[in-house]
Ligand binder design. Structure first.
Ligand code: ACO
Length: 338
C-alpha cells in the first residue's frame, strides 16, 4: 500500500504542484574533441573523470533571458496557462543579462507576462530548487496563485577557455517550472535549503562585483572568470547533497525505497555515483543527462526534471527527489509527489 507522507498530516496546508515543465538548450554542440584543440586535455580524461561528452554553447547575442523565456514558454504550454496568468517570475542565475534590471524582468518582457512581479535569485547551481521553495511559500500563504521559476545560465561567458580545470565542465541552458495550488494530495511535499559561506572561495568569480570592480588588469588576469577548487568542491558536493536528500526525505516521512526517481545536480558522474551509493539508490532510478549538456549551473536540475517528466520516467502519484549543490556553498532538496 502506498505510504502517506507525514507532512500531509498537518504541516502542508495547501498542495503546491508543478503543473508544467520546460527546457531549452542552444543548438551549438561543443564536443570534447573540440576542447582538445583549445586546452591540454583529452576526450578520454574528460569522459572518465566527469562523464561529460559534449555541452551546448549559446549563440552570439543569445542571452540568459532568451534561453529562460524559451524554457518558460514550454512550461507554460504544458501547464496550459497564458503569460498574463503569471503572478511572480523568479529567475535563478549567476549569469544575468545585466546586473540590473533583473533577468526576470527581461524574461517578463519576452513573455509579455504583464501581471507578474519579478526578481532574480542567486544561489549558483542550487538556485532552481531555492526558487521552488520560495514559490511554494508564496503560494502556500496565498500571496500568489501562479509562479514561474526558471533556472538559466550562460556559463560560457564566465568560463576561462584557457583553464582546462574548468572549461571542460560547463555548458549553457535553461529549465523552467510553473507552480500552482492544486487540490488533492499531489505536490511539493518537503523542501530543504542550506548554505555555508566559509566555503565561498571554493567556487568564485572574483572580479566584476563591488569587491573587485572590473579593470583592464584584472580582466587580463581572467579574474572575471569562474575559479574552482575541484577536489574540495567534489568532496563537499557529496556530503551536502547526501545530507540535503536525507533532510527532505525525513521531513516528508519517506525513505529512498519510496522514490521512483532521483534527479540530482548534473556536475560530475562520479559525484552522482557517490551520492547514489550513500543514499543506497540504484543508478537506474537516477536521471542523468550531463553526458550531453555538462554542468549548466542553475539550469541543470530543471532541464533534467523536464526531460524526466516528458520521457515518462515517473507518473502521477510517484515520489521523486530533487537534490542540488552549488557555489556559496549552497545546497537544496525537494521531495515531490507528482
Ligand atoms: N584534462 C586533463 N587533465 C586535467 C584536466 C583536463 N580537463 N583538468 C584537470 N586536469 C589534471 C589536473 O591538472 C591534475 O594534474 P596534476 O596531478 O598534474 O596536478 C589532474 O588532472 C588531476 O586533477 P584533480 O583535480 O585531482 O582531478 P579530479 O579527479 O578531482 O577531477 C574535477 C577534477 C573533474 C574538476 C573534479 O574534481 C570535480 O568534478 N569537482 C567538482 C566540480 C563541480 O562540481 N563544480 C561545479 C560546482 S556547481 C556551481 O555552482 C558552478
Amino acid at each position: 500500500m502506498k505510504k502517506i507522507p507525514k507532512s500531509r498530516a498537518g504541516k502542508v496546508n495547501r498542495s503546491v504542484s508543478i503543473i508544467g515543465t520546460g527546457s531549452y538548450v542552444p543548438q551549438r554542440i561543443l564536443t570534447n574533441a573540440e576542447l582538445e584543440a583549445l586546452v591540454d586535455t583529452s576526450d578520454e580524461w574528460i569522459t572518465s573523470r566527469t562523464g561529460i561528452r559534449e555541452r551546448r554553447i549559446a549563440a552570439e547575442g543569445e542571452a540568459t533571458s532568451h534561453m529562460a523565456a524559451k524554457a518558460a514558454q514550454k512550461a507554460m504550454e504544458q501547464a496550459g496557462i497564458t503569460a498574463e496568468e503569471i503572478d511572480l517570475i523568479i529567475v535563478a542565475t549567476v549569469t544575468p543579462d545585466t546586473s540590473f534590471p533583473a533577468t526576470s524582468c527581461w524574461v517578463q518582457k519576452h513573455l509579455g507576462a504583464s501581471n507578474a512581479a519579478c526578481f532574480d535569485l542567486s544561489a549558483a547551481c542550487s538556485g532552481f530548487l531555492y526558487g521552488i521553495e520560495v514559490a511554494q511559500q508564496f503560494i502556500s500563504n496565498h500571496t500568489y496563485e501562479t509562479v514561474l521559476v526558471v533556472g538559466a545560465d550562460k556559463l560560457s561567458t564566465i568560463v576561462n577557455w584557457q583553464d582546462r580545470n574548468t572549461c571542460v565542465l560547463f555548458g549553457d541552458g535553461a529549465g523552467a517550472a510553473v507552480l500552482r495550488y492544486r487540490s488533492g494530495s499531489h505536490g511539493v511535499i518537503s523542501t530543504h535549503m542550506g548554505s555555508d559561506g566559509k566555503f565561498s572561495d571554493l567556487l568564485v568569480t572574483p572580479a566584476g562585483g563591488s569587491a573587485m570592480p572590473l579593470t583592464k588588469e584584472n580582466i587580463g588576469m581572467n579574474l572575471h572568470c569562474l575559479q574552482m577548487q575541484g577536489r574540495e568542491t567534489f568532496k563537499q558536493a557529496v556530503i551536502s547533497m547526501a545530507a540535503a536528500a536525507k533532510a527532505a526525505l525525513d521531513k516528508a516521512g519517506l525513505t529512498t525505497d519510496d522514490l521512483t526517481c532521483v534527479i540530482p545536480h548534473q556536475a560530475n558522474m562520479r559525484i552522482i555515483e557517490a551520492l547514489a551509493d550513500r543514499l543506497k539508490v540504484p543508478l537506474s532510478k537516477v536521471h542523468v543527462n550531463l553526458d550531453r549538456y555538462g554542468n549548466t549551473s542553475a539550469a541543470a536540475v530543471a532541464i533534467a526534471l523536464d526531460e524526466a517528466n516528458r520521457s515518462g520516467r515517473f507518473k502521477s502519484g510517484d515520489y521523486i527527489l530533487l537534490v542540488v549543490f552549488g557555489g556559496g556553498l549552497t545546497w537544496a532538496s525537494s521531495v515531490i509527489e507528482w
